[in-house]
Design a protein around this ligand. Structure first.
Ligand SMILES: C[S@@+](CC[C@H](N)C(=O)[O-])C[C@H]1O[C@@H](n2cnc3c(N)ncnc32)[C@H](O)[C@@H]1O
Length: 301
């Protein structure tokens, strides 16, 4: 009885959160990619450096070689609030960094953020010439950098942004779950990549609205498509599950596609909640215990 009541409660509460998210988006647009604002400079710098370190660790472990990034052309999908990850990637020896996003959030980053980032990168690597990074940032702002590029494209057309066969390494963090057409994104990405490219992508599969995300991480999966889609706005979590990502990467010529669960929901809770999820998410293959995953894949050469 208690289980029934709490599931009923979260069903109703989730609809209220979906409605609030839609209203907020229609009033303000997409503004807060991180759980904190870019004015919290130290936290943002810390977040970007940690994210890049985790990507590099996963990339090196997947490829089986340290220093894989050196000399590579990197593409990030959905960088969010700033170019911190791009500059950090260049500081690790990448040849170039490009990012593509449907939102231009990087325009309003305070210069103080980048100064703090350069200080941190310099402290971590005393051999680094931070002036090289500063010059790239200035050139990027004037639209003349070859090594640091940001493409804001409402159509999210990867091929038009980067061209064919140019990308060696793909990174993305908590962005794929927002893409409108994941199949087309992976298809275009595949064409934009070189024959030996590697992708390291983390996907946040949980409900995104604060509060309910902690209480009921799988809340968005309670609703059938017809109901969930009533609250659609550009960027709503697309509810693509890990097995679907694997199928899509394989379909477009990627191999050794691995999925690692990064955050898990307790098995007994998954079992208890399963009868209250929409039909499409009840089967074992949906792996509802996975709250976030890391996808690694390589192009078949
Ligand atoms: C949660 S943020 C993550 C940003 C950054 N990677 C990070 O970890 O802070 C999601 C990213 O996806 C982008 N995004 C949102 N809706 C999108 C859409 N429909 N198509 C492509 N990108 C989208 C956002 O602009 C943002 O950069």
């Amino acid at each position: 009885m208690r289980n029934l009541c709490s599931n009923y409660f979260y069903f109703v509460a989730g609809i209220i959160f979906l409605l609030l998210a839609k209203v907020k988006h229609s009033l303000e647009g997409y503004k807060t990619p991180k759980p904190f604002g870019v004015s919290e400079v130290d936290r943002c710098v810390e977040y970007d450096i940690r994210t890049v370190n985790e990507w590099i660790e996963s990339l090196d472990a997947y490829v089986g070689l340290p220093g894989t990034l050196v000399g590579k052309n990197v593409l990030e999908l959905g960088p969010g609030s700033d170019l911190g990850s791009g500059l950090t990637i260049l500081s690790h020896g990448a040849q170039s960094y490009s990012a593509i996003d449907v939102n231009n959030l990087i325009e309003s980053v305070p210069m103080q953020f980048y100064e703090c980032l350069f200080d941190r990168l310099q402290k971590e690597n005393p051999d680094l010439d931070a002036n090289v990074l500063k010059n790239e940032l200035m050139a990027q702002r004037q639209g003349v950098s070859d090594r640091l590029k940001f493409h804001c494209r409402p159509d999210f057309n990867i091929l038009d942004a980067v061209g064919e066969g140019k990308v060696d390494v793909v990174f993305s963090q908590a962005a794929f779950e927002h893409f409108d057409d994941v199949q087309r994104t992976i298809q275009d990405l595949s064409a934009g990549c070189s024959s030996n490219a590697v992708a390291v992508i983390s996907v946040d599969l949980q409900t995104h609205s604060r509060w309910i995300r902690d209480k009921d991480p799988n809340n968005i999966y309670r609703y059938p498509d017809w109901l969930y889609n009533k609250f659609y706005f550009k960027g709503t979590p697309n509810r693509i599950r890990p097995y679907e990502y694997k199928e899509l990467f394989e379909k477009f010529g990627w191999q050794d596609v691995t999925m690692r669960t990064l955050t898990k929901l307790d098995c007994s809770r998954v079992e208890k909640e399963a009868p209250y999820l929409a039909d499409a998410f009840r089967a074992d293959k949906s792996e509802m215990g996975s709250l976030s995953v890391l996808i690694c894949a390589r192009r078949s050469s």
